[in-house]
Design a protein. Structure first.
Length: 482
């Protein structure tokens, strides 16, 4: 296993710059004015300014801006994305020479735009540039796919530990979180079995699960239970042993993160295995705590109809036990597979009936967590590229007196996406992180394909970034200021 301080020089340099203040944009409405201004959807005060491209992209060099602009444009052209996806899934990837050529092409285009590097060293350099240049923190995500057995889980554990150990132990670290995927340390088929048993236990309180640790309440009345139509068999001795090994891996990760004083962010997956992920996260949160805020953050997907109810229940459970836990709020990335599964079983989809339902749920979950922060007992990462949600949360936070640099309120976007929103929130004085995947190019391909899918279409998420980048590049070219 790797030794401590994998990136000593990089992080030493980062520590020395970490305390530099962020200058608030002059166009911002001042907080006193905000407090007197009612925040309605139609008459929202401007907390984040997304129009001043000069100010938004001031920390980005012109060559980087041009490259980003080209990559985002290429991602938005549908035939190009279709061709890229076809190539990635074609037999060409099975021919070593062709595969190498394709991977080099991917590395110098999409990979460079959306990923932090091929290993921890390159990722550390990207973290440094992001912090030095833009005062934006990083959520370090070692790009692992699902484990397929105990051996791969053990290998993945080593990578998580190496990632945690590479971060600084200073509170002003430019790394805000290390991302953990439970699917990388516990085989997904076991997560499915555990989820089935937890669901059945929720339906039938007399079911005894001998392996079950203390946890928060996982399900709500509105939670879908259709994945488990019949009583599941108890875990076999081998499964119990594997579950214990997975929990040991999680314990190692938590202990290392406590030593490094770096919080962990747990990704959410699809509903067939999410109950087990919640179970792991909540039981670890009860055991592993730090004094100055939550060590663990679980993810809530607002596209799920039961999201708000589950969030409130888990938060209430945590409060009753005196446990500090944070939540990352996302809309959710597995919509089509969730809908496919529900329709194949002939049941109602667990997702809100319309995108408006998801937007409303996201904003309600965000409001709930902001109120908890204002009351002194909440921590949230608002992970979204949605401008309205970003603006709404920024306005509400100011309205209810949450200081913009309050560490319990953080915003996050994926690296290479929603740059205007990230820079706008940062300029307004909020804490902003980018989610930075790193790892071998071939290993990151599934992540890149998901990004290509999200950015495809001229009206995609990246439209605002593309427009603002183009204006800024033209402005710089005119004034020849680079
Ligand atoms: C830092 C970060 C971490 C993330 N971690 C996770 C994670 O752990 N797990 C995970 O699942 N995702 C994760 N995501 C991805 C996230 O869930 C979204 O897919 C993505 O960010 C787009 O959502 P948005 O808030 O930017 O919203 P928008 O782009 O405004 O909305 C798009 C989203 O709305 C929802 N939606 C679209 N159409 C409909 C419809 N017809 N009905 C109902 N809902 C609809 C979908 O969730 C879709 O992704 C993460 C994103 C970020 C930025």
């Amino acid at each position: 296993m790797a030794t401590r301080n994998v990136l000593p020089s990089i992080f030493h340099r980062l520590k020395s710059t970490a305390a530099a203040p962020i200058t608030a944009a002059p166009q911002l409405v001042s907080p006193p004015q905000l407090q007197n201004t009612p925040s309605t959807n139609n008459d929202q005060p401007i907390i984040i300014n997304l129009e001043n491209h000069k100010e938004l992209f001031s920390s980005v060099s012109t060559p980087k801006l041009i490259k980003s602009s080209i990559t985002l444009y290429m991602s938005s052209v549908e035939p190009m994305v279709d061709l890229g996806m076809w190539v990635m899934n074609s037999k060409m990837m099975e021919t070593p020479i062709l595969r190498d050529i394709i991977l080099v092409g991917v590395e110098h285009s999409f990979f460079k735009h959306f990923c932090a590097g091929k290993d921890l060293k390159e990722a550390g350099e990207t973290v440094g540039k992001l912090w030095d240049g833009a005062k934006i923190r990083a959520m370090l995500d070692y790009g692992l796919e699902h484990a397929d057995g105990n051996e791969s889980c053990d290998r993945n554990l080593e990578e998580f530990v190496r990632t945690i150990e590479s971060t600084t132990s200073q509170p002003s670290s430019p790394v805000s979180f290390v991302v953990v995927k439970i699917t990388a340390i516990c085989p997904p088929n076991l997560l499915k079995r555990v989820s089935d048993l937890l669901r059945w236990e929720y339906k039938d309180k007399s079911l005894h699960l001998p392996w079950k640790l203390k946890t928060f309440q996982i399900f709500a009345n509105s939670s879908p239970l259709y994945h488990t139509p019949t009583k599941p068999e108890p875990l076999t001795p081998q499964e119990e042993h594997d579950l214990e090994s997975a929990y040991q891996r999680l314990s190692t990760i938590c202990e290392k993160s406590l030593q490094a004083n770096i919080p962990l962010l747990f990704d959410a997956e699809d509903t067939s295995i999410q109950p087990a992920i919640d179970y792991f996260t909540y039981s670890a949160a009860i055991k592993y705590r730090k004094d100055d805020g939550p060590l663990l953050y679980n993810t809530i997907q607002a596209y799920l109809a039961d999201a708000k109810e589950r969030l409130v229940i888990a938060k209430k459970s945590a409060d009753e036990m005196g446990v500090s836990i944070g939540f990352k709020l996302v809309r959710g990335a597995y919509m089509s597979s969730e809908e496919k599964l529900a329709s194949s079983l002939g049941v109602k989809s667990p997702i809100h009936g319309s995108i408006e339902g998801t937007h409303a749920c996201y904003n309600q979950c965000a409001s709930f967590m902001l109120q908890e922060i204002a009351n002194g007992s909440g921590s949230v990462v608002l992970a979204t590229h949605n401008l309205e949600s970003g603006k709404m949360a920024a306005t509400k936070a100011s309205d209810i007196g949450i200081k913009r640099d309050n560490p319990n309120l953080q915003f996050a976007q994926l690296y290479g996406m929603a740059e205007a929103l990230s820079f706008g929130l940062r300029n307004a004085g909020f804490r902003v992180s980018k989610y930075l995947p790193f790892g071998r190019v071939d290993q990151i391909i599934p992540y890149l394909l998901r990004r290509a899918e999200e950015n495809r279409g001229l009206l995609s998420t990246s439209l605002l970034d593309r427009q603002l980048m183009r204006k800024e590049i033209l402005g710089r070219l005119k004034s020849s200021s680079f």
